[in-house]
Design a protein around this ligand. Structure first.
Ligand code: PLP
Length: 454
């Protein structure tokens, strides 16, 4: 009988992360400080431990995963690769559809893959506390869990509107021992200033990042941690794609195309980067694997943004990174895939897109929920709204195969489950969700505020 769930032994968990920088046609450009000069390791040392800074700047192809990190990974990894047979049948497609399911982690998404590594390196460096921000709550949960694994205190600044709307994500963080504050908070100067002028400020990811960075920079025992965008985060996530490769080898198949949701780009990087090197040498079976980042049409960073230096946060606190961006003061509408509402994108993902080595497409919110519901009814798993973007694109590809009769192999990065996003599904069922194409005029206006560089 054909096995639908392609598993690996725990001993087959990869021993190294893969660094795509080693295989880029041109070296990446550095992040720049406020003075317009490349940011030095010493400047980053105020908020990150040395091992993380080394990884952020590394061009080394393979970086060993510490045994202590693999030990925690073993709580849920290797994650399963599952053949979506029932979905294929429901669609009547000749395509073979597989999904790599990251929802099996304690926090319910791919984010602990990097949270655990970041917690480990901080603990090794003698750091006692981590500050971070969270919007939808997935990252805060992942960091709270990871901090607990290595005995670190974790303080999470949670965007106030989410703090109020997603009380169970807050409860999860507290269960893992983290302190959670609604941001803007009275804990930082940034927060106090904002509250003084508007006590009802609902917060934003940019504000929460500023609060977390401010606190980390001011205390020697405290580091800051970020859940996406940066090179070391993309690096840690490559465990996903490497496992998937082993699983495809085991089952004697190979993906023709991979779809992943794309917010800051870490889960896309995680599944896609290990295939970039393969593509550079023509692809495993003489055919490159198409690598497709799927973003919301309401926050179309890759498909409609500019490739330029921009700040990582709203208030211009962070270094400038060269990336696709909609402008740091771009205000994404309140769509329900909270993890995809970021104005920028990973510099590495951006560079690969700019050089034509990966593809991107944008999909509307209603179509993503329609796909998620269809997927849940076929496969059982209720996906996170972010994951629904990749599922939508995969279903569209499978339907194209139905027309053409092409029996291609499709891989989806199913980045998380949607158990804490059911209010969003409720709104979809009630007909209260809308599609939103970001107006070209608003994007142009926001891009006019890009910092002038060089
Ligand atoms: C955070 C999140 C994403 C988007 O972030 P990336 O860094 O682009 O991966 C996607 N899916 C889930 C479930 C998330 O929690």
């Amino acid at each position: 009988m054909e096995s639908l769930r392609i598993t690996l032994e725990q001993s087959e968990i990869p021993t190294h992360w893969y660094n795509v920088v080693a295989d880029l046609p041109t070296p990446p450009v550095p992040p720049l400080g406020a003075d317009g000069k490349p940011v030095s390791a010493a400047q980053l040392a105020a908020i990150f431990p040395a091992a993380i800074i080394d990884q952020e700047m590394s061009a080394e192809r393979w970086i060993a995963i510490p045994e202590q990190v693999r030990e925690i990974y073993r709580l849920w990894r290797p994650s399963p690769l599952i053949r979506a047979r029932r979905l294929e049948e429901m669609l009547g497609t000749p395509a073979r559809i597989y999904y790599k399911y990251e929802g099996v982690s304690p926090a319910g998404s791919h984010k602990p893959n990097t949270a655990v590594a970041q917690a480990f390196y901080n603990q090794q460096a003698g750091i006692k506390r981590i500050t971070t921000e969270t919007g939808a709550g997935q990252w805060g949960c992942s960091m709270a869990f990871a901090g607990q694994m290595f005995g670190l205190e974790v303080r999470v600044y949670m965007v106030k509107v989410s703090f109020q709307q997603k009380p169970f994500r807050r409860s999860m963080m507290q269960t893992w021992g983290a302190e959670v504050f609604a941001s803007p908070s009275a804990m930082t100067q940034t927060g106090r200033d904002l509250l003084a002028s508007d006590p009802d400020n609902q917060g934003s990811l940019g504000i929460a990042i500023s609060e977390a960075v401010e606190e980390a920079a001011a205390r020697a025992d405290t580091s800051y941690a970020l859940g996406s965008v940066l090179n070391h985060v993309a690096l840690h996530q490559t465990i996903i794609g490497q496992e998937a490769k082993k699983q495809f080898e085991k089952v004697g198949d190979w993906p023709d195309v991979i779809f992943a949701p794309c917010g800051g780009g870490s889960s896309f990087a995680g599944i896609a980067f290990p295939f970039v090197a393969e593509n550079a040498s023509g692809g495993r079976h003489g055919r490159p694997t198409r690598l497709v980042a799927v973003e919301p049409s309401s926050c179309p960073t890759l498909t409609r943004g500019a490739y330029a230096y921009d700040f990582g946060d709203a208030s211009g606190f962070t270094p400038l990174m060269k990336m696709y961006t909609l402008g740091h003061d771009f205000m994404p509408p309140g769509i329900h895939a909270g993890g995809l509402r970021y104005h920028g994108d990973s510099p590495l993902v951006s560079q690969l897109y700019h050089e034509g080595l990966i593809e991107a497409l944008a999909v509307g919110q209603l179509a993503t929920f329609e796909a998620g519901v269809l997927f849940a009814r076929a496969e059982g798993v209720i996906p996170a709204p972010e994951s629904n973007h990749a599922i939508r694109a995969a279903i569209d590809e499978a339907l194209r195969c139905k027309e053409s009769g092409e029996a291609m192999t499709i891989l989806v990065n199913l980045t998380g489950h949607g158990h804490f996003d059911m209010a969003a599904y409720d709104r979809y069922f009630a007909g209260q969700l809308e599609d939103f194409e970001y107006p070209a005029e608003a994007i142009r206006a926001s891009l006019e505020h890009l910092p002038k560089v060089g």
